[in-house]
Ligand binder design. Structure first.
Ligand code: AMP
Ligand code: GLY
Length: 429
């Protein structure tokens, strides 16, 4: 089997490593990948949304499986394009309709209302005037969400009406989110603990993947602005069997019924620990999470390729799965993986690039460096994005994985310029 992965972050580097382990795979290419991946496996200078160019690459390299990492090509309909142009190609991910669950927060909200999926109280607005009226009648704190894709920056929480009004003016008048901000979803502010649930769907059934906990705030103790995620561990701590079982019944089932959804369904939840039935959906994503994938994939027992093919609709394939009361889960290793992200000072706002990185050739046992925003320049590895590296360790338990990660980061601090880099010290605390 020959595989092409689309994307260049930590998530895609983790997918590349897991897919490469498969005895069913002969060759893995990645477009564009990052400096953690050998140049011979990378395809540069092609946009992830240039479907005709990707079609040529697929034909030239006899690719049979296309694994799409990020949401943009999915929301733009990469699956629909290849289903039409190359019906024999396996494409991992949902079609355009399914991907709209992430592509439009209002579409997702309407679907949740129609399917009675537990979600925050919400209202949408499509002009400044209308939004100010909604604001007048909405309780504080209020959550404002740009309807379309906004690179993880489209959500803001306001406990003062003036601040919410300012944001709405920025969205509708200054167009800070461009067309993604043509409509806005107002949501009730929920409290509780957040958890991400990842389900692999094949249009008819679901298999639940190891759970993960993501740390969205930039700094320790949840302080600072929201980021794409500064660390994760798996299995995540807050979802009980009861929570997962209810999520399968109340959330995953209607998604399968409505969309015949294939690929990864990532459900962001606000968990009610004591009353699982009051757990609510914060968001849907149509792809793996980043940085959750970096800790989830190493927890999956065995080969991932049969699962990917199963999800792409390969009816001949039988995959090992564990039956729970009303759902299946993927066989999972014992122990725990923890991932701490090293980012450029200033991220998620403006930050410096080209920070030189000095990484040891030989890594301590149990440690993996998963690259994110890295590039090669004059034979050196330099930063090329806000999130730069993921330090991942596997341990018998969470404290062991955590200890391994932070001990290793201490050694990195001796050879790298941590005045220009930062990380959270409390992942897994
Ligand atoms: P989203 O992209 O919709 O998940 O929003 C990004 C982050 O904003 C979430 O991970 C939460 O931390 C926060 N958030 C989103 N919606 C709500 C809500 N209704 N109540 C409280 N926090 C929220
Ligand atoms: N870690 C959050 C996301 O991937 O959306």
């Amino acid at each position: 089997m020959r595989v092409l992965i689309i994307g260049g972050g930590g998530r895609e580097h983790a997918l590349y490593l897991k897919i490469k382990e498969s005895p069913l795979v002969k060759n893995v290419l990645i477009l564009p990948g990052n400096a953690g991946i050998a140049n011979t496996d990378r395809i540069l200078n092609t946009d992830v949304s240039d479907f005709p160019a990707i079609l040529n690459i697929i034909k030239e390299n006899n690719i049979n499986l296309l694994v799409v990492g990020p949401e943009i090509p999915l929301v733009k309909g990469i699956k629909d394009f290849f289903n039409k142009e190359m019906p024999d190609l396996f494409v991992f991910g949902p079609d355009k309709n399914g991907a709209l669950l992430e592509g439009s927060k209002i579409f997702a909200d309407e679907f949740m209302k129609e399917s009675k999926i537990p979600a925050p109280r919400a209202k949408s607005a499509s002009s400044l005037e209308e939004s100010l009226e909604v604001l007048d009648n909405f309780s504080l704190p209020v959550v404002l969400k740009a309807d379309g894709l906004a690179a993880g920056k489209g959500v803001s929480i306001h406990d003062k009406k003036e601040a919410a009004e300012k944001k709405l003016r920025e969205i509708f008048s200054d167009k800070i989110f461009g067309t993604a901000g043509e409509k806005v979803l107002f949501q009730e502010f929920l409290t509780g603990e957040e958890a991400s649930l990842f389900a692999l769907l094949n249009g008819k059934e679901a298999i639940i993947l190891p759970t993960a906990r993501d740390y969205k705030a930039a700094y320790d103790d949840g302080k600072g602005p929201n980021t794409g995620g500064m660390g994760s561990f798996s299995p995540g701590s807050t979802l009980s069997e009861k929570h997962i079982s209810l999520a399968c019944e109340k959330i995953v089932k209607p998604v399968l019924e409505k969309f015949a959804y294939t690929g990864i369904l990532y459900i962001g939840l606000m968990v009610n620990i004591d009353k699982p039935e009051e757990t609510k959906v914060l968001e849907f994503n149509c792809r793996f999470g980043d940085p959750e994938t970096q800790s989830i994939l190493p927890m999956i027992e065995g080969d991932i390729i049969p699962y990917i093919l199963w999800s792409c609709g390969d009816n001949d394939i039988i995959v090992p799965k564990i039956k729970e009361e009303n759902y299946y889960k993927i066989p999972q290793k014992h122990g725990c993986t923890l991932n701490t992200v090293i980012a450029a000072e200033g991220y998620p706002f403006s930050y410096e690039k080209n920070i030189e990185l000095n990484l040891p050739e030989k890594l301590p046992k149990g440690i993996h460096i998963i690259h994110a925003g890295t590039a090669e320049k004059e034979n050196k590895i330099v930063s090329s994005g806000g999130r730069i590296l993921n330090i991942v360790a596997y341990g018998k338990n969470l404290p062991e994985a955590k200890n391994l990660v932070y001990k290793f980061i201490e050694t990195l601090e001796k050879t790298n310029d941590f005045k220009r880099l930062f990380y959270r010290h409390d992942i897994g605390s």
